[in-house]
Design a binder for this molecule. Structure first.
Ligand code: ACO
Length: 323
């Protein structure tokens, strides 16, 4: 027997404002065709004035709690993946805790840029299997629209805002790959690649800063590292690619998603794709894809899921779980 962190509920939130690619044509030397062909993105959501990472995270968390048929007081911990917390501190997670009306438990943010949700899942899994928490809200939420340089066509057309959340609950499993819940995790980072993707502001500059990315350089690392970490996580879980029902990748670029699936020997029919509708929502992209994939009827209880992401750091990793 072994303790497993099992998904009990899922939910998401997307801001009301939808921005199609064509909207950028008015202010930038770009067009819908280029953005679609190079990234697979057709539209993205942008937060309204007054909407923040923590407000979107709270709405997604409420949806996940409702789906799990639980109250905020049933939750022991909140782990929130974000690189765009409302303030330098306190954490967005503690703001969500307050907004949910929780007066117990503990909450903290995890910052691993686009790999944030993988790192948050791994942290939440560790809290559950070590007995420190029984039920954990794991949230990914971002307002990347607030760190865009609107004059830089190579970045500002790629990102979007949103939030997704899972409720994980401790459950006894048999200790085999047939168990529901998180079966394995695999994390990596390599800080030597800092200059490929970073925000040029922060405490050291006294500004919020803007995202800077050498997209084609990040691309070079992505497929290889994502396929390697997904393979390692599958080996750890004791499963093979042919056992997998769904890959739920970080939604940065359709060409990275396709390249990684191909390298893993899996057809695109087994990949949950939302990048066309959400753009790259960084740490929110995987929980958004899990929630949308479940709502579409793609992801069903018992399905074996491989989820993987890479982002600034570079930081990357994968999680294998049975829904
Ligand atoms: N419209 C029109 N032309 C453009 C645009 C645009 N919006 N943006 C760039 N171009 C031009 C470039 O200037 C360049 O022109 P040049 O050849 O005259 O110099 C040309 O298009 C090709 O540019 P590349 O950057 O080489 O294009 P590429 O095919 O690599 O696609 C993209 C760019 C979409 C950014 C891709 O590299 C990518 O997706 N990279 C990975 C991004 C990623 O996964 N990031 C990790 C997660 S994000 C995070 O952690 C926060």
């Amino acid at each position: 027997m072994s303790l497993r962190a099992v998904v009990r509920g899922v939910g998401h939130y997307l801001p009301e404002r939808i921005v199609p690619n064509a909207e950028f044509e008015a202010t930038l030397d770009t067009n819908d065709e280029w953005i679609r062909a190079r990234s697979g993105i057709e539209r993205r959501h942008f937060a309204a004035e007054g909407e923040t990472t923590s407000t979107m995270a709270t709405t997604a968390a409420r949806a996940a709690l409702k789906d799990a048929d639980l109250e905020p007081s049933d939750i022991d911990a909140i782990v929130l993946a974000t690189s765009t917390a409302d303030l330098t501190f306190p954490s967005a997670a503690t703001m969500v805790q307050a907004d949910l009306g929780m007066d117990s438990g503990f909450a903290f943010d995890v910052q691993a840029v686009c790999a944030g949700f993988i790192y948050a899942l791994s942290n939440a899994n560790a809290l559950i299997i070590s007995g420190q928490a029984k039920r954990v809200l794991v949230i990914g939420a971002e307002t990347f629209s607030r760190i865009m340089d609107w004059t830089d066509r190579s970045t500002c057309v790629l990102f979007g805002d949103g939030a997704g959340a899972l409720v994980l609950e401790a459950d006894e499993g048999a200790g085999t790959a047939a168990d529901r819940g998180i079966l394995s995790t695999d994390l990596h980072s390599d800080g030597r690649h800092k200059d490929l993707l970073y925000v040029d502001g922060g405490v050291s500059t006294g500004t919020t800063g803007y995202l800077r990315m050498q997209g084609n350089q990040v691309f070079r690392h992505a497929v290889e590292k994502l396929a390697a970490t997904a393979t390692k996580a599958m080996e750890r879980a004791g499963v093979a690619p042919q056992d997998v029902d769904w890959i739920v990748p970080h939604q940065a670029n359709i060409r990275i998603i396709q390249g990684t699936a191909k390298k893993l020997g899996l057809p695109m029919e087994k990949v949950v794709v939302t990048v066309q509708d959400h753009g790259n929502t960084s740490a929110a992209s995987i929980p958004l894809a899990l929630s949308v994939g479940r709502d579409r009827g793609q992801i069903q209880q018992g399905d074996l899921i491989v989820t993987e992401a890479i982002g600034g750091g570079l930081a990357w990793g994968a999680v294998v779980l049975r829904w």
